[in-house]
Write a protein that binds this ligand. Structure first.
Ligand code: SF4
Length: 355
């Protein structure tokens, strides 16, 4: 395996102008490179025919345009959800899930193609319901590796991603520098040009990262993995709660709401005998009302190697009815792609277990 090359996919126009200026080239070269990378989607510098050969060679020696290689695509029988596994330059794997327009988030009809991207290789937060925690944390993804998942998805699907969710492997706010750098390119109209309102960052409740994201100042959507409405239940499901308990997390979320960002979604996986009992529904309703948030209920997906149990359909409905009666906007989401292990981390888990 050769040394990993940096990638131009994390350069917005301003960064490219600076890079090419440092190599002695004028600013218009940055516009030309942007067009090749983002409009023509070339994968090789040799295709950039209006650049001087010397510049093409210089760029090819230092940079790559494809910092990951798709090695496996699996399609769900239900709803055509596609999950793909990519090998990074250092041999590690990440996964991403394409949710087609006809399915969309929450199973509702949508005219948008959604992509779920990973932000880290593995994860250090060890949420008890999640396969990604089982192999531990390896490293942060670079901004280019985050952006490259979108480029790869568009190549696989043959259409543009117009709805992006950071809900794959890893905690995006634990990799906030690279997340913000990637977002700069993702939002840039001359690059990927996905609207801020069509981007959801999902967090396990990383308070410092949340404050950095708020300071970024774009109207992104925020989804918070709550999974417990008091510290005792939440710490049982999410060890991260011991580091940033609700007493720290909720004020940071109130601040997010207060500064006019989008409505927060509280993600809540229903787990039998852990957090799916009716008294927990009332506690959750109080938290949601306080934050003016909506709630997304997700019946637990069985994960090989983890002990939790999915509640019955009737238990889930009874929990949901409490929230409705308490005037909390609520949806019940049944994970798509169950048959291709679409819960985060499972495809990589199978692949790395085989190595
Ligand atoms: S749910 Fe997210 S933060 Fe928690 S272990 Fe899985 S990947 Fe990490």
């Amino acid at each position: 395996m050769g040394a990993a090359l940096d990638s131009l996919l994390e350069y917005d126009r301003a960064a490219l102008v600076e890079l090419l200026g440092s190599l002695g080239h004028k600013a218009f070269r940055a516009t030309q490179v942007m067009e090749w990378v983002w409009r023509h989607r070339v994968a090789d510098f040799s295709a950039m025919t209006n650049l001087p050969p010397g510049l093409r060679g210089e760029l090819a020696a230092r940079f790559t345009l494809r910092p990951l290689e798709v090695v496996e695509v699996s399609e769900s029988a239900v709803g055509s959800t596609r999950k793909f596994l990519s090998r990074l330059q250092d041999g590690h794997f990440v996964e991403s899930v394409i949710i087609p327009a006809a399915v969309g988030r929450g199973g509702a009809h949508s005219s948008r193609m959604t992509l779920c991207v990973s932000s880290q290789v593995g994860c250090k937060f060890g949420c008890r319901f999640c396969a990604s925690g089982l192999l531990g944390f390896t490293r942060n993804l670079t901004a280019s590796e985050i952006v490259a998942q979108i480029v790869a998805a568009e190549e696989i699907a043959g259409e543009r991603v117009d709805n992006l969710v950071f809900m794959g492997m890893g905690e995006p706010l634990d990799n906030v520098d690279n997340l913000l750098r990637a977002l700069t390119v993702i939002l840039d109209q001359q690059a990927l040009g996905i609207g801020a309102r069509h981007i959801t960052v999902s967090t396990s409740g990383n308070v410092p990262g949340l404050r950095r994201l708020a300071a970024f100042g774009r109207p992104l959507r925020l989804a918070v993995s709550l999974h417990g409405a008091d510290d005792a239940v939440r710490s049982r499901v999410m060890p991260v709660n011991r580091k940033w308990p609700l007493g720290e997390l909720l004020p940071a979320l109130r601040e997010w709401s207060r500064t006019g960002k989008h409505m927060i979604t509280l993600e809540y996986i229903l787990i039998r005998d852990v957090n799916a009992m009716l008294p927990e529904a009332y506690k959750l309703a109080a938290v949601a009302r306080d934050l003016d948030a909506k709630v997304n209920l997700i019946p637990y997906n069985t994960v090989e190697g983890l002990p939790w149990v999915r509640p019955s359909e009737e238990e889930c409905r009874a929990f949901c009815r409490v929230l409705v009666r308490e005037h909390v906007p609520v949806t019940m989401r049944y994970e798509k792609g169950h048959d291709i292990n679409a819960a985060c981390g499972q495809l990589r888990l199978r692949r790395e277990s085989r190595l």
